[in-house]
Design a protein around this ligand. Structure first.
Ligand SMILES: [Zn+2]
Ligand SMILES: [Zn+2]
Length: 465
């Protein structure tokens, strides 16, 4: 199927959706929803081997169709991770050297750290900043519902009211983002540079059945073997089985973009703390938990609930770790979601400037490496007049158009203006949308995996005033 898509690369379907008002949409309902697929699979169904396999095959086909395409002269696509944890709390399993090594291996060039604040320890320290083995570290903290990335220590401001803290953080190129947006839907964005537009942790917490299925997978020899087999064969698909379209996050983003410029980033929220463990209590029960849990935090599962435990505990001593499945090594978390920054240089100052300028997009990289993705605005002479993050003046003769270019065919590319879908293009590596009205325009790209549209790219907006 994808082979045909490559051949039909030039084919371009532009459909302005019926019923969408083309005159000013500011103030209208913010209602972009996940695109409708033929099927919507519950996460428990996605977690079954046959569906992981089909998802894997479909993603593999996208990757095979991918071509290396360069960016306009001078620009680099710098793959970065926002909201990253290492050796910063009792619930974090990973270390900073481990994270840097995995970043290098994965093609991640910058890590925007989010240390859980543990006074009196500061998080703006020399070892958390600058290039380490070719990976740029940007010191920061997850605190009071924000990702803060100051350029100098704000340790004496951490306990001050939010407004005071944010003012201190944002001095001299410091940045602050709203985090875990589900908990603060109505939070003011006045003193913030942006917000998370995707958060892996949110997908996990709203899917308690999916989380429970991971625990139950650890309660018999057969299910543990099956689980390990899935991780070996389909690691990224398994890690992504709970990932959904981030409607709640994007709704807030679209609503706030009507008021001010903001940059959306992906909350990776990696901790390397999902190494699932089974410990023997006695012949009648086990504890199931993770590498960061104390025994008291693990879940006790008795034989009466999971008969397979009898076989698991046979011949083991109480306290023995019987089984271990590592779901979230850093490289897999990174593949799950990252933030790509368009910058001409890789250094702290350049990346801050690019992020503040909105020159970034969020991607679920495991589906297919998105590098080569580019959006620009052209005039009637086909001349480039703007890119992601830019502010442009609306041309009343409607001669402007937004051009999207992708390194692999996308099942669906859509453009959203002020929170409403105003154009779609299917099965294409290029898409072009006419600018019919002023507004805040952002692009989303999806892939069809196992019959479902799965989000691939969520770009930051272009502002056409
Ligand atoms: Zn944490
Ligand atoms: Zn976090």
């Amino acid at each position: 199927m994808y082979q045909n898509r490559v051949k039909s690369k030039a084919r371009l379907i532009i459909r302005i959706l019926a019923g969408v008002s083309l005159s000013g949409c500011a103030g209208s309902a913010i209602a972009a929803d996940a695109p409708k697929s033929a099927v919507k699979r519950p996460t428990l169904e996605r977690f079954k081997e046959e569906h992981l396999q089909k998802t894997h095959q479909d993603a593999e086909a996208v990757r095979k169709a991918r071509q290396n395409i360069g960016l306009p002269t001078g620009w680099r696509d710098i793959r970065s991770i926002f909201h990253a944890h290492a050796e910063d709390s009792e619930h974090t399993g990973g270390t900073r050297p481990e994270m840097v090594a995995e970043a290098r291996k994965s093609g991640v060039s910058a890590l925007f750290l989010s240390d859980h604040f543990r006074p009196p320890r500061d998080f703006v320290t020399p070892e958390r900043a600058g290039l380490v083995d070719g990976v740029l570290l940007v010191p920061g903290s997850e605190w009071a519902g924000f990702l803060i990335l100051p350029t100098k220590s704000v340790i004496n401001k951490m306990k001050t009211p939010a407004n005071e803290l944010l003012d201190a953080v944002r001095e001299n190129d410091g940045m602050a983002f709203l985090s875990h947006v589900e908990e603060r839907q109505n939070h003011s964005m006045e003193k913030l540079d942006g917000q998370e537009i995707y958060n892996r942790h949110y997908d996990a917490i709203v899917d308690s059945k999916g989380l429970m299925s991971l625990v139950l997978a650890m309660t018999s020899k057969k299910t543990i073997d099956d689980f390990q087999h899935k991780i070996d064969q389909y690691p990224d698909e398994t890690f992504a089985f709970q990932v959904e379209y981030p409607k709640l996050y994007l709704e807030k983003f679209d609503r706030e973009l009507l008021k001010k410029r903001l940059t959306g980033v992906a909350a990776n929220d990696c901790h390397h703390n999902m190494v699932l463990l089974v410990k023997k209590i006695d012949d009648t029960a086990v504890l199931v938990g993770t590498n960061v849990d104390k025994d008291s935090q693990m879940r006790r599962i008795p034989v009466s609930l999971a008969p397979g435990i009898s076989e698991l505990v046979a011949g083991k001593k109480p306290g023995d770790v019987i089984a271990k499945v590592d779901l979230d090594p850093y490289h897999r978390s990174f593949a799950g979601s990252s933030t790509h920054i368009f910058s001409k240089e890789l250094n702290d100052k350049a990346l801050r400037e690019a992020v503040k300028g909105g020159r970034a997009y969020v991607s679920h990289d495991w589906i297919c490496n998105p590098e080569g993705f580019w959006v620009d605005v052209k005039d009637s002479q086909d001349k480039n007049i703007g890119m992601i993050g830019d502010e442009l003046k609306f041309q009343a003769d409607k001669s402007q158009s937004v051009h999207v270019r992708l390194p692999a065919p996308s099942a669906l590319v859509r453009i959203i203006c002020d929170g409403q879908v105003v154009g779609e293009s299917t099965n294409c590596t290029e898409a072009k949308f006419k600018v019919e009205k002023p507004g805040v325009y952002r692009v989303e790209a999806f892939q069809m995996l196992d019959g479902e549209y799965r989000g691939w790219i969520y770009a930051n907006p272009i502002y056409i005033r």
